[in-house]
Design a protein around this ligand. Sequence first.
Ligand SMILES: [Zn+2]
Length: 415
Amino acid sequence: MSGSNSTSTSMKFAVRAWSNGRARAGILHLPCCPAPIETPSLLLSTRKGLPPFISPDLLPSLPSPDSHLLQVSPLHFLEGLSIKTISKIGGLHQLLALHDYGFVAFPRDSIQCLPEAKGSNKTGASFETPCGRLLIKPVEYMEMISSMRPELWATLADEVPAWVTEKRNKASVDRTIKWLDECIALSPAGGAVFGSIVGGSSSEERQRCAQEVARRNIAGYWIGGFGLGESMDERPALLNVVTEFLPEEKPRLISGLGLPEEILQGVAAGVDLFDSTYIYHLTLGGFALTFPLDRMEKNASNIASSDAGSDLRKISLRATIFRKDTTPIVEGCKCYTCQNHTRAYINHLLNVHEMLAQILLEIHNTHHFLGFFRSIREAIKEGRFEEFKKDFVQSRCDQLAVAASDLSLSEMSLV
Ligand SMILES: [Zn+2]
């Protein structure tokens, strides 16, 4: 339980405002980023360090500094350059030539590298990856972290789905704590260590893990094991039992909660940082986010019932209704896509399978989702987070009610 690692990092974090008990707004400072990043904040999901469809020259067009936290899975690099080569080049910053972005590393992502509990054993954690099923031991994981030199990294965890036996869940907590100590003992200088917390859908195990991890001298916490089969209804209690036992002054990062409602659940429990594959899935499907970013409309009568290709949270730009639509995705949106292109053009690009469609959609969707986080922060600072959350969830219920009675239902995706 050495404290040398957390004291050698230059990450700084402070909570600035609270709303409705646990929801909190803070500031995360990383020396490489151009300005402090306000939390709750989104980590952009990446493939090998870059967002799936956004090239380095377009990255600066995203809101700054909000877009400067990049989530990276060291496992993505296993099929490419060797760890030694990455180390020789100087780590991820040098490799990708992204010097003013903060890299946040943890083994899993929610698209390509999924935890595979059956294959894990006491020596290491198993993952389904593009290179097949892999067993990663703490020492191997730490070699990757040392060569990549991310600003923040989470210790190796044994994540299990919600339906495993009590015995298996308990073993996952024991292993995760053991590996945490091993990772800390092996950890390189620099890079803030986030201790991994698991515990599945057992409140007792979640609490035991949180308490154990909270005893270590580390920079923050990574909450794993969510988005693996637990229900939306049981989640708030599980999240609360974790954050209750964590020191307030340190940041909490969570994986596996990516939909807007899930983000709101995490924020309500006091989580500060989120990774999300929502943007990626929307973009791949040809969807663009369109929900209002200011105060959520409460009035269900504002919802048009026959807007084909839309569920009023997002629109499907593949829908034929947009073929001649010369407006931007969202009127007034400041993103590169909306400033320069029309719905009709993106509809055309999708129809002819041009990758520019995904590039333009990812730019807009990232911009819009970062705006959602900004709205959350504003609500917290104004002490009205609970109201904001309620309105958002209610507007969704209203939309679903309207959609259910709509004959164009088949054209929508109700994710
Ligand atoms: Zn836009």
